[in-house]
Design a protein around this ligand. Sequence first.
Ligand code: CP3
Length: 343
Amino acid sequence: MAKALLDVLEGRKPMRRPIWFMRQAGRYLPEYRAVRERAGSFLDLCYNPDLAAEVTLQPLRRFDLDAAILFADILVVPHAMGLEVRFEEGEGPVVQKVLDLAAVERLKEIAGGEQVKRVCETVASVKSQLPSDVGLIGFCGGPWTVASYMIEGGSSDRSAAKVAAFSGEAWFGRLIDRLVEESIEYLSLQIEAGAEAVQIFDSWAGELPGGVGEKFVVKPLAEIVKGLRSRLPGVPVIVFARGFGVRQKVVADEVGAACLGIESELPMEWATTQLSDSVAIQGNLDPVALLAPDEVVEEQVRRICGAISRHRHIFNLGHGIRVGTDPAKIERVIRAVRDFDDR
Ligand code: CP3
C-alpha cells in the first residue's frame, strides 16, 4: 500500500497530506506513563525492544497518523560511545562531560554495541507490526546538538559548547567529526533494520550564528547525508535545524535532504517561496497552540495548510509535543488538517 509520508519525501503525489508529531510518544499519553513506570528508568525503556516498540505504536492506536517515529533518544549515541548518561526525574539528562582531545579519543565506535543492537531490534519489531500505510522514521541528533549535551553535561544554556565552537578548538572539531561518523553508522543500521526514512534533530542549530553555524551545523549535516547516500542510496532524510531562520535556505541548498523541518517562528509562506522546490517541508504548528482552545488551534492549522500544497508538505509541529497537552487536541488538529484538504 502507498505511504503518504514516503510519497511526499520521494516527490510523488500523496493520497493525503501526511501527518505526524514530534514527540508523539511520551508523557502526555497516560498509556505511555503506564509503560514507563513498568520499564524502570527512561533508558531502560529505550533499550527494551518490546516495550519501546509498544510505546512507538501507542500514538498510532489513538490517532490517524501517517508515520511512526522510533522510540529512543538522541543521547543513545553518546551513551553507546561509552559515556555515562542518565535521566534525572524533573531535571532532564545528565551526561558525562567531554572537554578535551583525550576524552574525544576515548569515545568508542557504536557498531556492535548492546545499545545500538537493542534500538535496531525495536525498529525491526515496530516494522513487523506497522499498518501498511504508515511510514517508519528512524532518527539521531545533529552533531552540534549532541555535542552540546556532551560538553555541558546535560541541558543548559549551551554557553560552554558555544565558546568551544566560536574558538574553533581542535578537540571540538574532532568531536563533531566523530559524531558525524557514528551518526552515519547509527542511521544506516536503523535503515537496515527497517526504518524507511530518517530524521536528524539539530534542535539547537539556531544557537550558532552566521559562519560558525555553517561550519558546525550545515557542514556536518551535509556530511551525514552524503555518507548515508553512499551506503544506502535513495533513503530520504529529513533535516530539522531548529531555529536556523533565514539560513534554512542554506540548509535546503547545501545539505541534500529530501525534506526540511522548520521551526514555528518561520512563516510557512516564507519557506514555500524561499526554499528550493526540490525539498519537501515539514512543520510547523507551534506546540504551545495545542494548549489553546480548539478554534484557536484550528485557525493556526488552516493558516499553515493554506500556505503549502499537500504534495510538498508533511504536517507536524515546530518542536515536540509538550507534557500536559490534552491528547484530544492532537485528534482535533488531525481532523482540522483532513477537513482543510477535503473542503
Ligand atoms: O515520540 C518521539 O518523538 C520519539 C522519541 C524521542 C524522544 N526524544 C523520547 C523522549 C525523540 C525523537 C527524542 C529526541 C530528543 N531527545 C531531542 C530532539 C528533539 C527536541 O525535543 O528538541 C532532544 C534534545 C532530546 C534530549 C532529551 N531527552 C531531553 C533534553 C530530555 C528531557 C526533557 C524531557 O522532555 O523530558 C529527554 C527525555 C525524553 N526523550 C523523554 C521522551 C519521551 C521523556 C523522558 C521520560 O519519559 O521520563
